[in-house]
Design a protein around this ligand. Structure first.
Ligand code: NOJ
Length: 463
């Protein structure tokens, strides 16, 4: 039952969701500061941007408490920790003058992690674009890939003597689609489909630019990846027909939407946008946006594909083998966020992705929010998180047994944090955070995960 030797057992967070220290030591505002501080009712959605008007001003106060947090990670036995860097803490204006205090924070965090025996995995962009760059057009500004590259160079110069693992972007799909096309997250734009493609192309170019910079300047030989959230599907049964149908669904574009993984991953791994999607969008796919050299930059080789997986859609094959969505039955198992419990995605999706792109895979996020509180006994009992993770990890092992190179698993999240538009209402952590007192309490799942890590997965087997 053991997982592969050197499997990276970890947990993940992101800067705006945990750091706080929003106005401190020279940090500039990001689009999430602006979005969260706008407390007017959005008439289209009949609600404030963030539930309760919560902001990330203080969040988990990790900016001041990172040493304590690293000790908790050590207590949990984490071997790896994925965190993101706040661009506007490093470059308050998004470009130009470097904020040395901001850089020092991350440098100290890296030292602390290494001293605790925890491997740092850095995400360079987790949605918190500097507001100053949004003010010049954000990702629609053609300078953005270069500006991202310059920021990445500053980080690489400061940390690559100790950091090996780099992820360029977190869930670019959510950032671009929800933030710019649906307009329900920062920066709250509602652009046309054509502009949507310009945004996708721009952020993918930024990814490619960053890969080149890391490869060229990193001191330690880097391992470079990206952490998107591929749309997830799983077959009703393991019959060949159903598995093929689920795979077809995962990579086929049959309607006008931007979520299909191939919009995001084919350019990176195959060097082109998907033909079926281009056909569906017709004239709304702006072919003229692709300039000579762009696709080469976007498809600059990387070392791994990170995947954030939470829930998926069940698919079966109809008589002619075509995919059909199987609706969820009444009473389907749900997390607090009303996301379905669908562990099979960790078996099938890594297989599908490896089969198509031939690249080692990390699960860079997986987990659930639950209504956790501190019980009268002072502990936080979260049996459903344990059961959820156990189910998902047992499925992941099947992918490994099928021969898919899965290199690591990062639980979302190391601790409770700011769940974007849902503020502090969703608790995803294995460590409970009391936001009034900033007291941390390891949940039962943290101790359970400790044993999973220590046994390299053996303890997942049910006796
Ligand atoms: C995706 C995002 O990367 C992370 O920031 C978010 O909190 C979790 N998934 C849960 O929604």
């Amino acid at each position: 039952m053991s997982f592969p030797k050197d499997f990276a057992w970890g947990a993940a967070t992101a800067a705006y969701q945990i750091e706080g220290g929003a106005g401190e030591d020279g940090r500039g505002p990001s689009i999430w500061d602006t979005y969260a501080h706008n407390k007017k009712i959005d008439l289209l959605r009949n609600r404030m941007n963030i539930l309760n008007g919560d902001t990330g001003d203080t969040a988990c106060d990790h900016y001041h408490r990172y040493k304590e947090d690293v000790q908790h990670m050590k207590e949990m036995g984490l071997l790896a920790y994925r965190f993101s860097i706040s661009w506007s803490r490093i470059l308050p204006e998004g470009r130009g003058k470097v904020n040395e205090k901001g850089l020092k924070f991350y440098s100290d965090l890296v030292d602390e992690l290494i001293a605790a025996g925890i491997e740092p995995y850095i995400t360079l962009f987790h949605w918190d674009l500097p507001q100053a760059l949004q003010d010049i057009g954000g990702w629609l500004n053609p300078e953005m890939p270069d500006l991202f590259g310059k920021y990445v160079k500053v980080v690489v110069d400061a940390l690559s003597d100790r950091v090996t693992y780099w992820m360029t972007l977190n869930e670019p799909q959510c950032h671009i689609i929800i933030g710019h096309i649906d307009g329900e997250c920062a920066p709250k734009q509602r652009v046309t489909d054509r502009q949507g493609f310009y945004l996708i192309h721009s952020i993918l170019k930024a990814h490619g630019k960053a890969v080149r910079i890391i490869r060229k300047y990193a001191v330690k030989k880097p391992q470079i990846g990206i952490a998107p959230n591929p749309s997830a599907y799983y077959p009703s049964t393991d019959r060949k027909e159903d598995v093929q149908a689920a795979k077809k669904m995962a990579f086929g574009i049959t309607s006008r939407n931007f979520w299909c993984s191939t919009w995001w991953l084919d350019p990176i791994f195959l060097g082109c946008y998907p033909e079926d999607g281009i056909h569906i969008f017709g004239d709304d796919f702006p072919l003229e946006m692709i300039k000579p050299g762009d696709m080469e930059m976007i498809s600059e080789p990387i070392d791994f594909l990170g995947c954030n997986f939470y829930q998926g859609t069940e698919i079966r094959a109809d008589k002619s083998g075509e995919p059909v969505i199987v609706p969820r039955k009444p009473g389907f198992d749900m997390t607090a966020f009303k996301w379905g419990v669908t562990p099979q995605i960790l078996h099938y999706m890594p297989n599908f992705l490896y089969n198509r792109y031939q690249i080692p895979i990390y699960i860079t996020e997986n987990g659930l929010s639950m209504a956790d509180w501190v019980s009268l006994d002072g502990k936080v009992h979260d049996p459903q998180r344990i059961d959820f993770m156990q189910r998902y990890l047992l499925e992941l092992k099947k992918a490994i047994d099928d021969g898919t190179p899965v290199k690591g698993y990062f639980a979302w999240s190391m601790m409770d944090n700011y769940e974007w538009s849902n503020g502090y209402t969703e608790r995803f952590g294995m460590i409970h955070v009391d936001y009034e007192t900033q007291k941390r309490t390891l949940k039962d799942s943290a101790y359970w995960y400790h044993d999973v890590i220590k046994s390299n997965g053996k303890s997942l087997l049910i006796e």
